[in-house]
Ligand binder design. Structure first.
Ligand SMILES: NC(=O)NC1=NC(=O)NC1=O
Length: 246
């Protein structure tokens, strides 16, 4: 089984972190390819960043579809799940966003969870996803450690400390059974945070890898009946000309 994990931002170090975390939990025989767009934001911390990164996600799925190494499942490894539905239109394989995966897993081990994400301004993105996926009433609170995404790579000790402090506040105040980590860049911190906080920690990259394995094992992929059918072929002009007649 070949899982292509797409880091929608363009920071190689974070792609490596994400890929290593995925490798650690991947089943025997599952092969992980971790990739990122050639162009786009170095980190995704706003609606604008999300919108721009969605084009890169689509390009990385198309590269997987057109390559000579067949892809069995895709993971979008950014907590905003940028371009998730557009990506699903481009393939028959399962495409799993790390936020959606984390929400599903968290509700299987707890009746209520909180999210601890990076910057407070990205909290609304998580709220929109909770509403869109139908998990709003399961989530007590969306919290932020107030760390820029790239601090997870550049200042890991400070980032870890702030994350643990916010997770401890969530455990103390939110009446929850689990915490969802709200950034793909936190993929390597799960065990350390869980040990420090004393709660089950659900992290989206690893949750998405295991759900991808489950869907492939069930021989289930993205439905091509209805809105996730392949896009109608048409010309694209200008910088997106390569998308013409997909
Ligand atoms: N909430 C987030 O910080 N999301 C993210 N930004 C990135 O660049 N990757 C993420 O997962």
């Amino acid at each position: 089984m070949h899982i292509r994990i797409i880091n929608p931002n363009t920071t190689c170090a974070m792609t490596e972190t994400i890929g290593a975390a995925a490798e650690k939990v991947a089943a025997q025989g599952a092969r992980i390819t971790a990739t990122q767009p050639e162009s786009g934001p170095v980190s995704i911390e706003s609606h604008f960043d999300e919108a721009i990164s969605a084009v890169g996600v689509a390009e990385e799925v198309l590269a997987g579809e057109r390559g000579d190494d067949p892809v069995d499942a895709y993971v979008i490894a950014c907590f905003g799940d940028p371009g998730l539905l557009a990506a699903r239109e481009l393939t028959r394989a399962p495409v799993i966003g790390i936020a959606e995966a984390a929400f599903h897993v968290a509700t299987m081990i707890s009746t209520r969870f909180s999210i601890v994400t990076t910057l407070g301004r990205t909290g609304i993105i998580a709220e929109h996803l909770l509403e869109s996926y139908g998990f709003s009433h399961h989530c007590r609170r969306v919290r932020a450690a107030e760390i820029p995404v790239l601090d997870l790579e550049d200042n890991p000790d400070i980032a870890f400390q702030r994350l643990v402090e916010e997770c401890l506040r969530a455990k103390e105040e939110d009446n929850i059974g689990a915490i969802v980590l709200g950034c793909g860049g936190m993929a390597d911190l799960t065990d350390r945070i869980s040990e420090a906080v004393g709660l089950p920690i659900v992290e989206g990259v690893t949750a998405a890898v295991k759900l991808a394995e489950a869907l492939v094992g069930l021989n289930l992929g993205t439905s091509k009946h209805g809105d996730l059918a392949f896009p109608r072929p048409k010309p694209f002009v200008g910088r997106f000309e390569s998308f013409s007649h997909l």
